[in-house]
Design a binder for this molecule. Structure first.
Ligand SMILES: Cc1ncc(COP(=O)(O)O)c(C=O)c1O
Length: 357
């Protein structure tokens, strides 16, 4: 260990992102990227921004982007916070709103960045087990807490919590902030964004990485009551004045302006998800109901880690988590129909052609 490290850095356990392999010709179904390109209008806007203006700093407030997001969600621009991917928005939200005396609550199986932020910001937390069928049960969160955070749909399960349940949680848990991380909401769920004007303790976080095919641009945002947004702005203003560059701002605005492309790509992914889920079920996999751009599956007789390794040998990459309760599962991103067919063909050989593990 380097002697110059701070005690904090010595104890950090950083998040491990899904692999971004350098190999070509891979079927890459491991990090929930969108298989379709971004809107041509986004690319045109970014090209239009490439020029002498790059010598100037961007608008620190990214006002045009906030306005585009506010228009889309039917809120005011001062109810929108933007950041460098929703990971950065989440990080600021943890520090600004969830560092309280009482421990915060999140599911035992969820986005594995949450405990990492708790480590970074020294936030006490308790995990709440999902049910046997991997669902969030709202009643389990109705106890004193410093805040509640969960993805909806949850990751990596893909299971959706109905908006009515979120409303119940917000009505019964009024003393702390509830953060709903909606990274995957556009693939079949109903956004809690509609509730931000009724509940001053609700923060909804979304991203352009998934449903708008812009994981490489790094744009995420939060919606909430202006007081909550101001808390995030205070952290941002103490950390980095320009988290969104000029290209991200114009690209983000164009993404919200091209509703047709957005609708087309999310419908295509939802259709492929249905088709892929049926194909996997026919191969004997248990497929959890998913409202996301991935499916979470396990086979009754084939080991999850071994399947992931065998797929990798065939140049197909899926995500496997070596974690309690879910180490038999594979999380498979919904790719194009062609990619999913390659996956189904490979799995068909693996589960039919070989003896059970
Ligand atoms: C549940 C969840 N939240 C947030 C993110 C972060 O997304 P980004 O930082 O690309 O906006 C991810 C990424 O996979 C995710 O799965």
């Amino acid at each position: 260990m380097n002697p110059y490290w701070s005690a904090l850095v010595r104890d950090l356990k950083p998040y491990v992102p899904g692999e971004q392999p350098k190999l070509d010709n891979l079927v890459k179904l491991n990090t929930n990227e969108n298989p379709y390109p971004p809107s041509p209008k986004v690319l045109a806007a970014i090209r239009g921004e490439l020029g002498a203006s790059l010598r100037l700093y961007p608008d620190p407030n990214a006002e045009l982007l906030k306005q585009a997001i506010a228009r889309y969600h039917g809120v005011a621009a001062n109810q929108v916070f933007v950041g460098n991917g929703s990971d950065e928005v989440l990080a600021h939200a943890f520090q600004a709103l969830l560092k309280q005396t009482r421990p915060i609550l999140f599911p035992d199986i969820t986005y594995s960045f949450y405990p990492v932020y708790c480590g970074l910001y020294d936030i006490a937390h308790e995990t709440v087990p999902l049910t046997e069928s991997f669902e969030i049960r709202i009643e389990d969160y109705l106890r004193p807490n410093g805040g509640v955070v969960f993805p909806n749909p949850n990751a990596p399960t893909g299971r959706l919590l109905p908006l009515a349940d979120i409303e119940t949680l917000l009505s019964k848990n009024r003393d702390s902030v509830v953060i709903v991380d909606e990274a995957y909401i556009d693939f079949g769920g109903e956004s809690a964004a509609a509730l931000v004007n009724r509940f001053p303790h609700l923060l909804v976080i979304q991203t352009l990485s998934k449903s708008r095919s812009l994981a490489g641009l790094r744009v995420g945002f939060a919606l909430g009551e202006p007081g909550l947004i101001e808390a995030l702005e205070r952290v941002k203003g103490s950390f980095n004045s320009y988290p969104l560059d000029r290209l991200a701002i114009v690209g983000g605005v164009a993404a919200f302006d091209d509703r047709d492309h957005f609708e087309w790509s999310r419908q295509a992914i939802m259709w492929t998800r249905q088709w892929l889920s049926r194909g996997l079920a026919e191969l004997g996999f248990e497929v959890l109901p998913s409202a996301a751009n991935f499916v979470f599956v396990r086979h009754p007789t084939h080991d999850g880690a071994e399947l992931a390794a065998a797929l990798r040998e065939r140049h197909i990459i899926v995500r496997h988590f070596k974690l309690p309760r879910i180490d038999q599962f594979l999380r498979i991103t919904v790719g194009t129909e062609g990619e999913c067919q390659i996956l189904l063909d490979a799995l068909s050989e693996l589960v039919a052609g070989q003896a059970a593990a």
